[in-house]
Write a protein that binds this ligand. Structure first.
Ligand code: GAR
Length: 321
């Protein structure tokens, strides 16, 4: 069983979504633990529940503080808990761009509408007024623009005759309690998903000149050159020959460099069975803390090692600028 991700939850009020996340985390095969519940409202009922369940809490009223000062304090409390992801669950304040940037890619929110419909407040009344057949809820990544980040999951909820904002909210809440734990679990586990890993590598590799997809003994690979001359510069080895790693195989300069890197950073580098002997270095990708910039650098280096001179010359020329 893979290690559980560390999740902090930020609330302002009731905290029923926080409770749904917390009890989901108590299932035997849960993908995450709740390591902190934080709030801008020391009286939030959700804080008392978290405390009763033995979850560390942090709260500080935002009153009298500038938005920047409060977000700095929230950031410090979250950072101390070292979460892999932060789940906003009924957090009713706007966040500063600086805060959002610090948690980019690790900050999720649940919103009570089928985004992109009805960003902001009063979502139920607006859906009812519009005569919609369905309301719903969305879990999305948080970006500077409110309720506009990448959508990770949605559940539609039928609107019934006679629904009021309150009756509708109660049913949407039930859907939220299903959606949030499941979507968060998938998100924090994405680095174990070979398909997700392949898409990340593909996006980085596609940014290099004259790259095409190729397979190597059935594994996804990337090659440089014309159709006739294409040479592999990267391969994904998905737990080959009993290895634990979903690894990216790239061209190092030789066995000395490989052994040096593997000794210095055994969490990152490994000697891939069979491939190692022909100069392929393994870079482990199924880790929560993969540095994708570093993966991009290796792809570029490996590309240079096998690309024909007419292409590497162009690259060197580009380096001059
Ligand atoms: C939830 O319905 C959530 O979607 C909504 O507040 C409620 C909090 O309930 N969030 C927003 O409207 C964010 N703009 P909870 O405290 O019981 O989880």
């Amino acid at each position: 069983m893979a290690e559980r991700a560390r999740v902090a939850v930020v609330i302002s009020g009731e905290g029923s979504n926080m409770a749904a996340l917390l009890y989901a985390s108590r299932l035997p095969d849960a993908a995450f633990d709740i390591v902190l519940v934080a709030s801008n409202n020391p009286q939030a009922p959700g804080l008392a529940l978290a405390e009763a369940e033995g979850v560390p809490t942090w709260s500080q009223s935002h009153k009298g503080l500038s938005r920047e000062a409060f977000d700095d304090a929230l950031h410090a409390a979250l950072a101390a808990a070292q979460p892999d992801a932060v789940a906003l669950a009924g957090y009713m304040r706007l966040l500063t761009p600086a805060f959002v940037q610090r948690w980019r890619g690790r900050l999720l929110n649940i919103h009570p509408s089928l985004l992109p419909n009805y960003r902001g407040l009063d979502t139920y009344a607006r859906a009812l007024e519009a005569g919609d057949t369905h309301a719903g809820c969305t879990v999305h990544l948080v970006t500077e623009e409110v309720d506009a980040g990448e959508i990770l999951g949605q559940v539609a909820v039928a609107i019934r005759p006679g629904d009021t904002p309150d009756t509708l909210a109660a049913r949407v809440r039930l859907a939220e309690h299903q959606l949030y734990p499941a979507t968060l679990a998938t998100y924090v586990s994405r680095h174990h998903d070979a398909g997700w890993i392949e898409r990340q590598v593909d996006a980085l590799a596609a940014a290099l000149p004259e790259v095409s997809r190729k397979t190597s003994h059935g594994s996804p690979g990337w090659a440089v050159g014309t159709e006739k001359s294409a040479k592999l510069f990267a391969i994904i080895a998905d737990r080959h020959h009993g290895e634990e790693a979903i690894g990216l195989l790239v061209k190092a300069s030789g066995a000395d460099e490989m052994t040096g890197l593997i000794e210095a950073r055994p969490d990152t580098y490994y000697w891939p069975k069979y491939y190692g002997a022909s100069g392929w270095l393994g870079f482990k990708l199924n880790r929560p803390d993969t540095d994708w910039d570093e993966v991009g650098e290796w792809l570029q280096r490996s590309w240079r090692a096998v690309a024909p001179p007419r292409l590497t010359k162009l690259m060197r020329a580009a380096d001059q600028f």
